[in-house]
Design a binder for this molecule. Structure first.
Ligand code: SAM
Length: 328
């Protein structure tokens, strides 16, 4: 489960005086705006809408970005000063809203020293600032929240994240944004739906066309074998729900799974990535069945039996979204 504890604590403190009924009403409005394929328009257009977004969506979007960053930079990303693409020092989060990706990046990247969250919604930025002031010392607390519109020139950064934002842009603006980013590494995260996956593939094509190499989740830069009718590449990040989060969602479970699609690409000296488990592993007595996306582009089923010793133990411990074969 993604440990989003610091963020949930800050949300509880900042949203403490919003009633559960009010959050549910506002969250229902957000759901209506984001449902379907139509562009949602300007959704975070009031302090109340920003608060509902933070209660209802921010922990989940942050957990999805965190999982994508972990897959991109590895369990032990480079430390500050090693200078490689795996140790970004500066972050620009485009369409960053209340700052979910900022919290995720700070948790995953120990070398991060400076971060900027750019968004058109003053209300989302104001709430993002308020939350970040209660965050851990370092890039979260020191982050800059900047008003800005996608389409204007973007500042350069080692790492650029774009989470759940392409869905809000028309196709030309989506391609224009990905084409204009100035970064060593770009991570795009979208909802784990067929439409979200299509937007991720579109961004991936633009990045590859600009000379970036795909680092995750794909083990290659070629065509996606899951780009077929009725299928799509997506993963899940499990996160705990606070009581406020449960109120906003009108749910009772203590956790939720956020489904997401993503792509990470870099200009740095990255080799081709490992294969990746693209479905929940299926465990049977003495056997683990894995569905793996691998090179050359293709999906294959691997059955690992108990007789395979170490490989079996690795398969038993492996999860949806993990690399396969396991990295050393
Ligand atoms: C669904 S929210 C995602 C927020 C955040 N990235 C996250 O993952 O929680 C989409 C964000 O994109 C911003 N946005 C949409 N179109 C924009 C534009 N043209 N310029 C700047 N921000 C934009 C919205 O204001 C909103 O904060």
């Amino acid at each position: 489960m993604e440990p989003t504890g610091d963020l949930l604590t800050a949300l509880d403190a900042v949203l403490g005086d919003t009633s559960g009924a009010e959050l549910q009403r506002l969250a229902a409005r957000l759901t209506a705006a984001y449902r379907g394929d139509a562009l949602p328009g300007e959704v975070l257009d009031s302090p109340a809408a920003a608060r509902a977004y933070a209660a209802y969506r921010m922990p989940a979007t942050s957990a999805a970005v965190r999982a994508a960053l972990q897959a991109t930079f590895g369990p032990a990303p480079g430390a500050e000063g090693d200078g490689g693409w795996r140790a970004p020092r500066t972050l620009l989060d485009v369409g960053g809203g209340t700052g979910g990706a900022l919290w995720a990046a700070a948790a995953v990247l120990p070398g991060l020293t400076a971060a900027t969250v750019l968004d058109r919604s003053q209300d989302a930025l104001a709430l993002g600032r308020e939350l970040a002031a209660r965050g851990p010392a370092g890039p979260v607390r020191d982050a800059t929240f900047t008003p800005g519109r996608i389409g204007a020139e973007l500042p350069a950064a080692d790492l650029v994240t774009m989470a759940y934002v392409l869905a809000e842009l028309p196709p030309d603006a989506r391609r224009g944004l990905v084409g204009a980013v100035r970064a060593d590494t770009v991570v795009v995260v979208e909802p784990g739906t067929p439409a979200g996956h299509r937007r991720v593939l579109e961004a991936r094509a633009v990045l590859v066309g600009r000379g970036f190499r795909v680092v995750a989740p794909c083990p290659h830069d070629l065509g996606c074998p899951l780009d077929v009718p009725g299928d799509w590449c997506h993963f899940a990040a499990r996160l705990p729900r606070s009581s406020r989060h449960r109120q906003a969602k009108g749910g009772t479970l203590g956790w939720e799974d956020e489904k997401f699609s993503y792509v990470a690409a870099t200009r740095g000296p990255a080799g081709p990535g490992p294969g990746r488990i693209v479905r929940h592993p299926y465990l049977r007595k003495g056997l683990v069945e894995l569905t793996v996306c691998d090179r050359p582009p293709g999906i294959s089923r691997r059955t690992v039996s108990k007789r395979q010793g170490t490989t079996y133990r690795a398969a038993r411990d492996a999860g949806w979204g993990d690399p396969w074969p396991p990295e050393d």
